[in-house]
Design a protein around this ligand. Structure first.
Ligand code: IMP
Ligand code: MG
Length: 184
């Protein structure tokens, strides 16, 4: 496995900045849902780091669930609009206040499909909280209530986001130098 220093173009968001913003998002959610219970649905696997840090800053009763979605062709780095649910929820979301927790919105295809599916299950409310948003890449409209950071159109990794399944464990968001990254 390659050392990420070989293809790290720059640290886009460092650990301190990430954690500070996640704290703010948690506080905002706490205010917005005061007196209510919420269900956070984390989209695996990229949203995991964000979810676990975010819930520590939420001070209303919170439950968590997981879904997995596959939207990329094999080995690809682009969503193709062909979104498949590979792991569905184990619970009903009827009458619940649901927040979908996602790592990054790129074309928007992945979230659009997830929102459409969950909306058919009759939640009390449904919204999206994403850590990162590559706004200029959007191909389909998705409503986003909470955004951590808007970022430029660059391929990023770390803090939940992978390159070919690795490097999710890094505590910061880095930009990949694609000229120096060769898949094994
Ligand atoms: P979308 O369907 O194009 O919005 O793609 C969203 C999904 O693509 C995210 O959940 C990520 O898993 C993945 N993704 C998009 N951009 C990046 C990136 O820069 N680095 C790593 N994964 C990404
Ligand atoms: Mg993802």
């Amino acid at each position: 496995m390659k050392d990420y220093h070989d293809f790290l173009a720059e640290v886009l968001i460092n650990e301190e900045t990430l954690q500070k913003r996640i704290g703010e998002l948690g506080e905002q959610i706490t205010r917005d849902y005061a007196g209510k219970e919420i269900l956070l649905i984390c989209i695996l696997r990229g949203g995991v780091m964000f979810l676990t840090d975010l819930i520590r800053h939420i001070d209303v009763p919170v439950a968590i669930e997981f879904m997995a979605v596959s939207s990329y062709g094999v080995g690809g780095r682009e969503s193709n609009g062909n979104v498949r649910i590979t792991l569905d929820l184990n619970c009903s979301i009827q009458n619940k206040n649901v927040i979908i927790v996602e790592d990054i919105i790129d074309s928007g295809y992945t979230l659009k499909s997830v929102i459409e599916l969950l909306a058919t299950r009759d939640p009390e409310s449904l919204c999206v909280c994403t850590l990162l948003d590559k706004v200029e890449r959007r191909e389909v409209d998705v409503p986003v209530k909470y955004t951590g950071f808007e970022i430029p159109n660059k391929f990023v990794f770390g803090y939940g986001l992978d390159i070919d399944d690795f490097y999710r464990n890094l505590p910061f968001i880095g930009v990949v130098d694609l000229e120096h990254y060769q898949p094994e």
